[in-house]
Design a binder for this molecule. Structure first.
Ligand code: ADP
Length: 609
């Protein structure tokens, strides 16, 4: 879940918080401890006052006994049974009324003469208490006080004594009150107070807890032990070391916390100077410590929760910033792209502009060229016209002068009376006239070509017509025409006359080329596709010289000797083909021989896209 770095971060983040919390907890526990101690001390004071009051309550009682006349009378005559009986009853009565444990009177030797419990099996009467400190104190003229276990009754009690004096001041006896402190112990026990009272030697003789009773806080020195034996103070009780030994409360408590008894009780002492006793209140710190620990746990838990929240928030924040950064990067990339696109668009636009300018420039150049070309065309037309005029003049002059010669000859022959030779001359004249008619016919067609009407014409029909027309010449020259025509070829743009002219020209040229050729054949192959009609006209003649190929269709280009062709035939053919929207090309067959390929579109030009 967390990687090494995150864990370290968390720890570093948690450390100051933990330290602060530790310090705060230390302060809080210190305060709590002070509070508990203050409160405990208050209670201790109360208990001390209570104990002092309880003890004080009976202080006067032995003094009052020492003043009693019956008691004094008994001490005067100890053997007097009547007096003893009287004192016994008196003591019993006072004892009952003042709720003390016992009242008794001893003589100067410490022997009990009368006692409130004279009737009980544990009667003190006749016993000697000379060894008891309270007796010794009183015998010496001092009021005595002593806590010890009764040597007769085995009941522990607080003994208060007073010297009984004669009028001369001599101590003749001692009056003693024994007070039981058991009710006090019971009250403490009931109140849940861990209280004990220890003597000047550190022996706890009163305790709310029975197990702590007659235990000593520290080992008793030998002198003290022998004194205890002599005074029989705690006779019958086994003294043992205090089971609660001071122990450090543990690392969770404040550093300077006092050691606790049994790791649990805090001991508060109150010295009672009158008796040399020490009243100790044992504060049970377990609940206090548990409360503290609970607080600490709660604080720790909430701190950890806060830390977790903080960590979660931080993670979330980091994720958010990362997302934001990613989005910004994306936005930037997008902006960059947009800027680039804009730049490119700008470049494109300027390139476009440059291109348009270039195109316009080209257009202008082209226009100029076209103008120049049309000028050139004009010029070449004029040149052509000159050439043509020269050609025509030449073509026509020759037959004309020949005609003149023949005609003069014919006249001469007629004058000479040789008519059979005139016929021969006339035949020559006819041939010349035919030639001239042919020339003028060519010129007529050339002149007429632009006026041709556009319609639809059938290729096969036109071809057959032309062949029929030239059939006599072909068979005379021994030339075979072979036809391979696709049936049902749709008509092509143009008119019948135009088409016939095309074919007549082509056949005439082939005728000229094939003259004297054995096995001469002109082959026609017509094919129709969806888009066009293609006619190939081939012959097995000599074909074209490579250098002539580019010039074949130019007007007045001819390889024929003067007087045999104007060089207009193929130009006219090309013109007619162009008017139909088609074209014509010339090539040499691989095996030799000319090949003309003619194409017509099968759809009208305006139907083309
Ligand atoms: P002309 O027939 O008056 O010479 P054309 O324009 O009809 O003019 O022909 C130009 C030239 O093309 C011819 O002089 C000839 O050299 C060449 N020519 C045309 N048809 C053929 C062919 N079938 N075989 C060889 N040469 C040809």
């Amino acid at each position: 879940m967390l990687d090494q770095r995150q864990r370290l971060n968390l720890l570093l983040a948690a450390l100051p918080g933990l330290l602060i919390m530790l310090f705060a907890w230390h302060l809080a526990s210190q305060r709590a401890l002070d509070e508990a101690m203050r409160e405990g001390r208050h209670r201790l004071d109360m208990h001390a006052a209570n104990l002092a009051a309880t003890l004080d309550q009976y202080r006067y009682l032995p003094y009052v006994l020492s003043l009693n006349h019956d008691v004094l009378a008994l001490l005067d005559a100890p053997a007097d049974a009547a007096r003893r009986d009287l004192v016994n009853r008196y003591l019993d009565d006072v004892n009952t009324r003042s709720h003390t444990a016992a009242l008794f009177v001893t003589n100067a030797d410490g022997k009990a003469l009368a006692s409130s419990n004279w009737r009980s099996p544990y009667s003190f009467v006749g016993n000697s208490y000379a060894f008891r400190p309270y007796f010794l104190d009183a015998r010496a003229g001092q009021p005595g006080r002593f806590y010890g276990i009764g040597t007769t009754s085995r009941d522990p009690g607080y003994f208060l004594s007073w010297p009984i004096r004669k009028l001369d001041g001599n101590v003749i006896g001692v009056a003693v009150v024994k007070v039981s402190l058991s009710p006090l112990e019971a009250a403490w026990r009931k109140g849940g107070e861990a209280i004990l009272v220890s003597d000047r030697h550190g022996v706890a003789f009163l305790s709310a807890m029975p197990e702590w009773k007659f235990s000593s806080w520290q080992p008793l020195p030998g002198a003290v032990q022998s004194q205890l034996i002599r005074t029989r103070q705690y006779e019958g009780a086994t003294l043992h070391p205090m089971p609660l030994q001071p122990r450090q409360a543990g690392w969770l408590l404040p550093l300077d916390a006092p050691a606790l008894l049994g790791g649990r009780f805090l001991r508060l002492d109150h010295a009672l100077p009158d008796s040399g006793w020490t009243l100790s209140l044992l504060l049970d710190m377990r609940a206090w410590r548990d409360g503290l620990l609970t607080q600490l746990a709660a604080a720790l838990a909430s701190y950890l929760a806060l830390l977790a929240l903080w960590h979660y928030r931080r993670q979330r924040w980091r994720r958010l910033t990362e997302q934001l950064a990613a989005r910004q990067a994306l936005q930037q990339a997008h902006d960059n792209l947009e800027r680039k696109v804009a730049e490119r668009t700008g470049e494109l636009a300027s390139a476009n502009q440059r291109l348009s300018a270039e195109i316009a420039e080209r257009q202008r150049t082209e226009d100029n060229l076209r103008a120049t070309r049309s000028q050139l065309a004009e010029a070449s037309k004029l040149a052509a016209m000159g050439q043509m005029a020269a050609g025509i003049a030449h073509e026509v002059n020759q037959p004309l002068s020949a005609l003149r010669t023949f005609t003069e000859n014919a006249g001469t022959l007629l004058e000479r009376g040789q008519p059979e030779r005139v016929a021969d001359n006339l035949q020559q004249i006819l041939q010349l006239v035919d030639r001239m008619a042919h020339i003028t016919g060519d010129l007529k067609t050339f002149a007429r070509r632009n006026r041709a009407e556009q319609g639809r014409a059938d290729i096969a029909a036109a071809l057959r017509g032309s062949l029929r027309l030239l059939e006599p010449e072909l068979s005379a020259a021994g030339i075979r025409a072979s036809l391979q025509l696709a049936p049902d070829c749709p008509p092509v743009p143009g008119d019948m006359t135009g088409l016939e002219q095309v074919f007549t020209n082509l056949i005439s040229n082939a005728l000229a080329a094939l003259r004297g050729q054995p096995n001469a054949v002109i082959h026609f192959r017509l094919e129709c596709t969806e888009g066009e009609a293609v006619l190939q006209v081939t012959d097995n003649g000599p074909g074209f010289a490579e250098t002539d190929l580019p010039h074949l269709f130019e007007p007045f280009f001819t390889t024929k000797p003067r007087g045999y062709g104007l060089g207009l035939g193929l130009a006219i053919v090309q013109e007619i083909m162009a008017q139909s929207g088609g074209d014509i090309r010339a090539a040499n067959l691989p095996a030799g021989g000319a090949c003309f390929t003619l194409r017509w579109p099968l759809k009208a030009p305006h139907e083309h896209h």
